[in-house]
Design a protein around this ligand. Structure first.
Ligand SMILES: *[C@@H]1O[C@H](CO)[C@@H](O)[C@H](O)[C@H]1NC(C)=O
Ligand SMILES: *[C@@H]1O[C@H](CO)[C@@H](O)[C@H](O)[C@H]1NC(C)=O
Ligand SMILES: *[C@@H]1O[C@H](CO)[C@@H](O)[C@H](O)[C@H]1NC(C)=O
Ligand SMILES: *[C@@H]1O[C@H](CO)[C@@H](O)[C@H](O)[C@H]1NC(C)=O
Ligand SMILES: *[C@@H]1O[C@H](CO)[C@@H](O)[C@H](O)[C@H]1NC(C)=O
Ligand SMILES: *[C@@H]1O[C@H](CO)[C@@H](O)[C@H](O)[C@H]1NC(C)=O
Ligand SMILES: *[C@@H]1O[C@H](CO)[C@@H](O)[C@H](O)[C@H]1NC(C)=O
Length: 386
């Protein structure tokens, strides 16, 4: 018994040292992470505007209805700098504003106003923030008067029903936040007028079924966040979103990823499938995702990874397959991942870890490993110490 504990300790210590000293010193945030304002820390994925000060300096929560802070950084990353920054008036340019709301330029902020319906204001409003209100249903043509809206923030309401024509006429909308509501389904065509929409944030709802036609019309969408919903499967999710760049499906109930799931997602650079129930991935599931830079498959139920799964992912920088019951990996499993900088294989009990697996990964600067078992330690130490 004592011998076993001792050897475990030895392993953990040498692994920890390796992890830290493989990190680059002046690395900016890794792909999928963003700097917290002027602090040196990085913000993981999409913690912006979620009501929690994840950064510690409010950088991810500041100006959520604005073009600064975290959203601004995201725009910079995607090369779409805001057009109107700096030219906004500090006075209100809307004629009518309810007493519960604040107004600046053509932007309306009615957060926490206890509204059960959307307020009546001048039709030239470009931004409407109705966070933390009591909206329950988005009716057809609800926003039809407000065709100049570019940003619409509806998070933290009680929205259960979104009628098919709820967003009709919003041809200028670029950002739509519907997170933290009670939406369980979205009809095909519900977003069909939103040709300029770039971000669609649907996290923390109860969405259990969507079809590719749910997203028809979204020809400009780059960011789709479906974090923490109840999806069990999707079929060719990108079919109607040819520009989709970033897809976050963390925390759903996906069981199978087949060769159709991401068939049209050829522009994706970030795909997050963490915390699902995936047990099977078709060997060609990622075949057309040639631009992928980050792939997160961690915390699933994957037992087998096809030797060909990663063959076309020559641009991949970051791969996370931690916390899966993977039985074995081929020695050449990672061979095509020439550009990989970060590989996470925490909590995997593979018996055949071999230094040959990592030899083609010349650019690896970060590796996260934690071994749970005793008897395989020696072979791994061999890799670390040579
Ligand atoms: C990494 O290496 C540096 C010297 O290059 C050393 O000062 C530092 O303590 C090491 N980090 C860890 C976590 O051991
Ligand atoms: C970051 O910026 C704020 C003001 O924008 C300033 O008060 C703070 O000192 C800065 N922090 C650092 C670490 O530069
Ligand atoms: C917006 O519309 C209101 C009337 O609805 C008008 O008084 C105001 O001047 C308009 N503002 C701009 C900037 O067009
Ligand atoms: C909104 O869209 C219409 C039609 O596409 C366009 O004429 C109008 O200028 C746009 N308004 C803004 C504020 O972009
Ligand atoms: C998906 O895989 C199945 C068999 O695994 C194959 O019959 C089918 O043609 C493939 N579909 C596409 C679009 O490649
Ligand atoms: C990989 O995934 C695990 C579990 O989801 C997470 O704890 C870890 O931080 C991830 N690694 C990286 C480098 O993001
Ligand atoms: C490794 O990284 C360097 C610098 O980022 C790059 O020039 C080189 O092409 C990379 N190697 C491969 C095999 O991609």
């Amino acid at each position: 018994m004592h011998v076993c504990v001792f050897s475990l300790l030895l392993c953990s210590v040498s692994v920890a040292l390796t992890v830290f000293n493989m990190s680059e010193e002046h690395d900016p945030c890794p792909l999928g992470y963003f700097p917290c304002g002027n602090l040196s820390s990085c913000l993981p994925q999409l913690l912006h505007c979620n009501g929690v000060d994840d950064c510690g300096n409010q950088a991810d929560e500041d100006n959520c209805g604005d073009n600064n802070g975290w959203p601004h950084l995201f725009d910079k990353y995607f090369g779409m700098p805001s057009k109107d920054a700096g030219t906004k008036s500090t006075t209100c340019l809307l004629a009518l504003v309810p007493a519960e709301c604040q107004c600046r330029d053509l932007e309306l902020d009615c957060n926490g106003a206890h509204f059960k319906d959307i307020p009546m204001v001048s039709t030239n409003a470009t931004m409407m923030s109705l966070q933390r209100n009591r909206l329950r249903k988005l009716n057809a043509d609800m926003f039809i008067k407000y065709q100049n809206l570019q940003k619409l923030y509806l998070q933290h309401n009680r929205i259960k029903v979104v009628e098919p024509y709820a967003f009709r006429g919003l041809y200028n909308l670029t950002r739509l936040y519907l997170s933290h509501n009670r939406i369980s389904s979205l009809m095909p065509g519900v977003f069909q007028d939103l040709h300029k929409l770039e971000w669609l944030i649907l996290e923390n709802n109860k969405i259990h079924h969507i079809s590719s036609l749910t997203f028809s019309g979204l020809s400009s969408l780059v960011l789709l966040v479906l974090l923490n919903n109840a999806l069990t499967s999707v079929d060719d999710i990108c079919l109607e979103m040819p520009r989709l760049n970033w897809l976050d499906m963390e925390g759903n109930q996906m069981e199978i990823v087949d060769n159709r799931t991401f068939w049209s997602c050829s522009m994706l650079t970030v795909l997050v499938l963490q915390r699902n129930r995936i047990s099977h991935i078709h060997e060609q599931a990622f075949f057309l995702l040639r631009k992928l830079g980050e792939l997160d498959l961690s915390s699933n139920r994957i037992e087998k990874i096809s030797p060909d799964l990663f063959v076309n992912l020559g641009d991949l920088l970051q791969l996370n397959i931690s916390y899966n019951p993977i039985q074995e990996l081929q020695v050449d499993h990672f061979d095509k991942l020439h550009k990989l900088k970060s590989l996470s294989i925490e909590g995997i009990e593979i018996g055949n870890i071999h230094r040959r697996m990592f030899e083609p990964l010349k650019n690896l600067t970060h590796m996260q490993v934690f071994l749970f078992f005793f008897f395989k330690c020696q072979s791994f130490n061999l890799y670390l110490q040579t």
